[in-house]
Design a protein around this ligand. Structure first.
Ligand code: SF4
Length: 351
């Protein structure tokens, strides 16, 4: 059987969908051929993943365009026919892909858009408590993925194998391929202060204060990871310590993966970096602002924790993209440096 998985973005979602890869591989073993269609910028997350046979990517900004990508997929289909398409993205673009391969059976996951939308719009506390309840499907994303797949392959064998998989010693919810070594003095804690949208960021001043306190409280190094556009990380320059390494803009995605895989702990926002660290079994402290852990993106690792304030205005958008409409960015400002530091130290003490 040859299955094509489709998830174009974003980074964290692509990482979380490795739960699908691992589940399918555990269910079908070597008899399954698995291809993964994604955007070019995230392909390096999956290339050489042991559960994936092919990563097919398209360049969203390149000349090839989506039509060229579909043509490339059609050529592949000619020689290695897809038996099933699982659309893990459920967008207009992925619908186009499914329509293009209309003869191939296709399944689409339920992204709980209505539940998420209602959570942002209904400001009644009781209503929100009800919607945050796990039985309504607002459990962690990785659990939802398994549930969705059980439904898709809804026979008793699939259900029994899923139970074994959940409990088993080889249970890997998310995972990423072993990265190339990126040598750093260790042991170290990673701070990932960036996020896809401005209001999902804990203030950089808080991150700087946290870095300073962690350097004082532990003998560990602190490594800052962020992309080339995250110039706000220059604020870490005020810390004069040889145990602080600011790698903002200095690593490729593959190198960032390597740094995260070797960390003791990652502290960051509701962003892809935390999902990557968990895929390597590295615990994380995730700070939630305008989004809600009930959306399903809270960390799932046993040692990981999240911090999220319960405010009447929160969540204010499903992705964190909206502009804050209050006089201050309360959802993030109310998360204090001492509580993040305490959460981090508890994890380190239990290591
Ligand atoms: S303070 Fe409220 S309105 Fe502003 S970003 Fe946070 S959740 Fe949204």
């Amino acid at each position: 059987m040859h299955i094509l998985l489709v998830r174009f973005s974003s980074m964290g979602d692509v990482v979380l969908q490795t739960a699908t890869v691992n589940w399918l591989r555990s269910l079908f073993g070597a008899e399954l051929k698995l291809s993964f269609a994604t955007s070019r910028e995230f392909a390096s997350l999956l290339t050489s993943h042991p559960g994936i046979d092919n990563v097919i990517s398209f360049d969203r900004r390149g000349e090839e365009g989506f039509d060229g990508f579909l043509t490339k997929l059609r050529k592949m289909h000619k020689f290695e026919r897809f038996d099933l398409i699982i659309d893990l993205h459920a967008t207009l673009r992925s619908l186009r892909l499914r329509t293009f391969f209309w003869r191939v059976p296709a399944l689409t996951v339920d992204k709980r858009r209505i539940e998420r939308f209602l959570l942002t719009k209904v400001k009644s506390v009781t209503f929100r408590k009800l919607f945050r309840h796990r039985s309504l499907g607002m459990e962690p994303q990785v659990e939802r993925i398994l549930k969705d797949l059980e439904t898709i392959f809804g026979d008793t064998i699939a259900r029994r194998r899923t139970e074994d998989y959940r409990k088993g010693p080889n249970r890997e919810l998310t995972s990423l391929p072993k990265p190339q070594a990126f040598p750093l003095p260790g042991p170290y804690i990673v701070l990932a202060p960036s996020a896809s949208f401005l209001y999902k960021r804990w203030p950089v001043t808080s991150f700087v204060k946290l870095a300073r306190e962690l350097l004082e409280a532990t003998g560990h190094h602190v490594v800052v990871l962020a992309g080339p556009d995250d110039k706000f990380c220059e604020a870490f320059g005020e810390i004069q310590s040889e145990r602080l390494l600011n790698l903002q803009g200095k690593t490729t995605l593959a190198q960032s993966m390597s740094v995260l895989s070797g960390a003791l702990l990652c502290i960051g926002n509701d962003s892809g970096m935390n999902h990557i660290s968990e895929a390597y079994g590295v615990p994380c402290v995730t700070i939630f602002g305008p989004t809600d852990p009930a959306f399903g993106f809270a960390p799932h690792g046993e040692r990981s924790v999240y911090l999220s304030k319960d405010l009447w205005c929160k969540p204010c958008s499903t992705t964190g993209k909206s502009t804050c409409y209050r006089d201050r960015h309360y959802c993030m400002e109310l998360v204090s440096v001492p509580e993040v530091k305490d959460a981090a130290l508890r994890i380190l003490e239990g290591a």
